[in-house]
Design a protein around this ligand. Structure first.
Ligand code: 16G
Length: 241
């Protein structure tokens, strides 16, 4: 891969200028998604800088999600995650299909009485029990989304039934959704959301609200997700008939 010249006229320290030059090359498609970068020592030679400078520039781009490091394989240009819009799949399945490792950080996992909002979303009567799950979802260690899910009490044996995957837990309980309604909206992240996702406050994101239903029409999940706009593409296949 040819990275392009170091931003020689630019301001900032050497590693910042190198990072800028590389970011530019990635954004202009000179190095393509999933392409491997040359070894650090080769980059150092190519740009006549030290390996430490190269390392610092790469670290910055990894932190920004433009590059990913894969154990034993090297550093790659991150592919944006593409999600087929019409498929009712889970985050875990979406990422696994792309060879990405999934982790989550739990913010909340508890049982409570339904709130008015949840009662509308899930069609439950006041006082009905719900499970509430709040997580930050990572793909290859990059924070991708904040997710708030509510599930009716009958759907799961307990709040701790969800390990890594909500859909797996629902499936094991015989309550995996078979249909869903999804609504999508552009948002700008507030300070708290930005901090959780490692982006600047005001960065663009996708807000997605999903209501999942069982075959018999009962609502089984109400999930609000805030996806990083710089890391996630939604793709819809359209048909004229
Ligand atoms: C996806 C769904 C979310 C669902 C979750 C289950 C979107 C926008 N949202 O993130 O509604 O609860 O998958 O994932 O696709 P899990 O089984 O990995 O917990």
């Amino acid at each position: 891969a040819h990275i392009g010249p170091l931003d020689a006229a630019g301001r900032g320290s050497l590693h910042q200028r190198l990072a800028r030059g590389m970011r530019d090359a990635i954004e202009r498609g000179i190095v393509r998604p999933e392409e491997a970068l040359p070894a650090e020592r080769d980059l150092a030679t190519e740009f006549s800088v030290s390996r430490i400078t190269v390392r610092k520039a790469l670290d910055a781009l990894v932190a920004d999600g433009l590059l990913v490091r894969r154990q034993g394989a090297g550093t790659f240009v991150a592919g944006r995650v593409e999600k087929q819009f019409a498929k009712l799949s889970s985050f875990t399945e979406d990422m696994a299909a792309r060879g990405r490792s999934v982790t989550s950080q739990w913010l909340m996992q508890l049982e409570g009485a339904v709130t008015p909002d949840e009662s509308l979303m899930l069609g439950l009567s006041p006082g009905a029990p719900v499970y509430r799950f709040r997580r930050i979802r990572f793909a290859d260690e990059l924070p991708m989304a904040i997710e708030h899910s509510a599930v009716p009490g009958f759907a799961l044996p307990g709040a701790d039934a969800v390990g890594e995957s909500l859909y797996q837990a629902l499936e094991e309980a015989g309550h995996r959704p078979t249909r869903a309604l999804q609504r999508l909206r552009a948002v700008l992240f507030d300070t708290e959301q930005a901090a959780l996702l490692g982006v600047e406050p005001g960065a663009p994101g996708l807000f997605i609200e999903r209501r999942g239903f069982l075959e018999d029409g009962r609502a089984i999940e109400a999930t609000k997700s805030w996806y990083r706009g710089d890391a996630y593409d939604f793709v819809a296949e359209l048909s004229a008939r």
